[in-house]
Design a protein around this ligand. Structure first.
Ligand code: ATP
Length: 311
């Protein structure tokens, strides 16, 4: 899958700044993969268009569901952060979670591999179904679960260890055998091996930010999970490193289910197949194919959000 296709005949969709939604073939509307995220005014002023991945032929048309949430509520103490979120996330596709700050994207992501268990005041109601089971059932071991549903964080967080040991850690923590082959394979799948081959004993901290993030992705995929959760994996990176991570996400989605939180709507439009829009209060307002969300959203609040009227 290629996240952006620069060919002039590619159908490109434009979301008009006046809130109207139109479709155009304007080749100039190709969005810049280096586009900064976040600032809604900037979004409208600098680039009011979204380039949506069009590689439908690469996609399973009726993908199986990898994870399903049913009436998921999350509270931090008395504060409700998610409201009855029900969602079916397709396997081996990229699903983007977008929405304004504080709307519950990270909370939702953390629910999917029980990372919220680590927050004392967090309370989760409802179900997260994975492989035919609610992951919140008492007999589910969260560590074993995280072997199948791994996570990559916003800030690259390699350990102060060698490149090799950083990847090996991903295996050790899951009681899996560490072999040179498995370490090298994970580095290769994370598109890092070529850049670090011959110096795997050097510290992971000496790598560039983008390389560190790919090292963390290698650590997450070393135990061969089914699902990779990514919480703004490129927001701390420069544009070139961001572009590499986006390409990597596209490649990974051929083998893994990828669920990504991003503040960058252009990024969501470029790399995801499905987009879920959360709005303030932890409500999932619209969830659909990415091109429908950016081209023709059903919900007025979603249209207002993606056209930069608030955010
Ligand atoms: N550990 C926590 N303790 C208490 N409240 C929290 C905690 N984590 C998140 N919250 C609250 O839950 C709500 C949702 O937060 P969350 O981080 O999930 O939103 P988000 O959409 O990911 O935000 P951002 O885009 O700014 O990262 C917010 O009101 C936030 O203050």
């Amino acid at each position: 899958m290629t996240p952006t296709d620069p060919s002039p005949d590619r159908n490109q969709r434009r979301v008009a700044t006046d809130g109207g939604v139109s479709t155009t073939d304007d080749a100039e509307s190709t969005s810049d993969p280096t586009e900064a995220d976040g600032d809604s005014e900037k979004l409208v002023d600098v680039s009011s268009s979204f380039t949506v991945s069009d590689d439908d032929e690469d996609r399973p048309q009726a993908a199986e569901t990898a994870i399903e949430t049913r009436d998921l509520d999350v509270y931090y103490g008395d504060e409700q952060a998610l409201q009855s979120v029900s969602m079916e996330i397709p396997e081996k596709q990229v699903t983007a979670l977008i929405g304004p700050s504080g709307c519950g994207k990270s909370t939702f992501l953390r629910c999917l591999n029980r990372m919220n268990d680590l927050i004392d005041i967090a309370n989760v109601d409802g179900e997260v179904r994975f492989e035919g089971k609610n992951i919140y059932d008492e007999d589910v071991d969260p560590v074993a679960l995280r072997r199948k549903i791994g996570m990559v964080f916003q800030q690259p967080n390699p350990f102060p260890k060698s490149i090799y040991d950083n990847v090996a850690f991903g295996l050790e923590v899951q009681d899996e055998a560490v072999t040179d082959e498995t370490v090298r394979r994970a580095l290769e799948r994370a598109a890092l091996l070529e850049e670090v081959d011959g110096r795997l004993d050097e510290s992971g901290l000496e790598l560039s930010g983008g390389q560190q993030q790919r090292l963390c992705i290698a650590r997450a995929i070393a135990p061969d999970p089914e699902v990779i959760l990514m919480d703004e994996p490129a927001s701390a990176l420069d544009p070139v490193a961001t572009s590499k991570i986006e390409d990597l996400i596209a490649d990974l989605s051929e083998e893994y289910t990828v669920i990504i939180v991003t503040h960058n709507m252009q990024q969501a439009a470029r790399i995801s197949d499905k987009t879920a829009v959360f709005l303030t209060g932890g409500e999932l307002v619209e969830y659909d194919d990415t091109k429908d969300i950016f081209e023709n959203p059903d919900n007025q609040r979603v249209e207002d959000y993606i056209t930069g009227k608030f955010g």
